[in-house]
Design a protein around this ligand. Sequence first.
Ligand code: SF4
Length: 688
Amino acid sequence: MSDNQDRNPRAEPTVCPYCGVGCTIEYAGNDKATGTAGPVNTKGEVCPKGVAAFDVVAHEDRLTEPLVRESGRFATASWESALSRVADELTGIIDKHGPDAVEFFASSNCTNEENYVFQKLARMLGTNNVDNCARLCHSSTVAAMSERFGAGAMTNTLEDLTETDCLLVTGANPAEQHPVIFRSYFLPAVRNGATLIHIDPRETDTTDAADIHLDVRPGYDIQLLNSMAKVVLEEGLVDESFLEERTTGAAELTAHLDDADVASGAEAAGVDPDTVREASRAYAEADRAAIVTGMGMSQHTSGTDNVHALLNLALLTGNVGRPGTGVNPLRGQNNVQGAGDVGALPNVLPGYQPVADPDARQRIADEWGVEPPSEPGLTETTATHQFGDEVRAAVVFGENPAVTEPNVNSVRAGFDKLDFCVVIDLFETATTAHANVVLPGSSWAEKAGTVTNTDRRVMRMRPNADLPGNARRDLDILTALGQRLVDQSDAFDYDGPEAVFEELTRVNPLYAGMSYDGIDDGYQRWPFPADADSGTDVLHTETFASGDQTAPLLPVSPTPPADAVSGEQLVLTTGRTIEHFNSGALTRRSERLMRMRGEDVLEIHPDDAAARGIEDGDTVVVENDRGRVTVSAAVTASIRPGVVFCTFHYLDPLANALTGDALDPVAEIPEYKHSAVQVRKPTAPDQE
Ligand code: SF4
């Protein structure tokens, strides 16, 4: 630990830096954080990551000086020389290759104000090449929900989900990944009699609380969801008045499903047809039924279509626009919702206004003095494939793509082809290894601003400690870069984060009318203002957010996973654990979290293990033509045969060495949940 006492630690209510639940925490003395009653964790409850949140703040490995690479090695540098180097290099590349030669990686782990300034910098330089790691988790969910409903966010609130009669949780394990939501909102609903249906190839802590489990084959969700829709149609469980008043396209969907057969659909999805019928009835016959959806749905090459199939179920049964219903994506990082809301996406401006919309661009130009470009920029997944070609530089803000992108060995090689890379972060990471300049930024406990949680609540963060050494606040770093890089330098003159937020409320219609004073220790929920003081709770009540009274039903056909399994190969699917988060750059530095779970394992079914002579605890090799990792085997019947699971939090094993390049054609999200791999015991050459 560093000498934390010099940093004036103090208790101020702020938002946990980890998941999208948005628990309120504060400094508790002795280098520890604690939960404190907040808008979401109303009794001050937190999970192990929240308890350990201060470990990263006070860690001795924190970067405290800018680093500039000279002759292949990092040397400390003054802020003046480091910022000038960044400005000179980026200006040179833009002059030579144009602004679209730079990709900006925004951070869904940083504040709305920081992400707003970051995307403003990219767009004032003349490019829409700005994206955040929502691309990797729920971009397909956002694409489908935006197209059909007009808003890519939770339709309902956590509070009203406690009133549901049926929770259909699909491709998510909230018991581990959103633990406070699970304990404080979902379990109370189950205790009140709601049926919990869990769709997931693994039996997890969420399954333990479920009434019905469908252990779907990864990549075969549409076969399952179309079968469920077919049961709804066959058994007369459609909400006819909702269908008449609030939907279009019923005849087309019905005709599309005419040929569907529940038994064969269930067989393709690897589940029992009687259980499919039981789950369909439980969902459709409930007065209020809610879908909760996670990355098991979204992270496929068919991710957008998977969510379209889910939306069909909700619309057929009239489960939209009322408390206790809806389609509710559980967002990952603490500000993944906000990063998109404020425009850190290549196709939309703040408030999800399309870059192609001339009126939206003019509204931005009126504020900035510069009109953003009209062509959508590159997603981060596509940009990494163009490193060294069309893309010559990367500005990476608080992300770790050299661990989190798919086929990461290829991405790492791409980083080495860039002319220039600057990273703003707290620690040296796998990505800083490829950087020319590293700028030491601020942790959650050293910044003020706002973040937006999974149910659209904008909440305030407050400093709990001073910065270490010569590290700077992220917002100060970004505005300093703006002042150096953009001609209209007063565009980046802000008197603190509140001034940025005020500008954001003028250009983002969803946040119009919000204020720091209004949020205070509570929250304001978008869209705002609305009928309630704190914002709009349930979306799509009378009309959809699209402005239409109706939403279309959409025929969806299955497409096979891109990474086909052959011979003895198994399907690798990846996910998170309760103790760690994403690339692990933060949580792996917490001794207490590492004591709870210090190494990764590969979950494998006993039949698959026996066929390969693998016993529990054995070291195994997992490989395909993209990479090879070694990992301990955990032999468990909690995963379906033919599928293996490991997390992606660890540098070793580096799970994303095995995941593939194929992308969903609409959202460009990778197929993290279906990679074909061989699993075997090591041989002598492996150990050489
Ligand atoms: Fe933090 Fe999420 Fe845990 Fe709450 S549930 S303490 S927001 S990681």
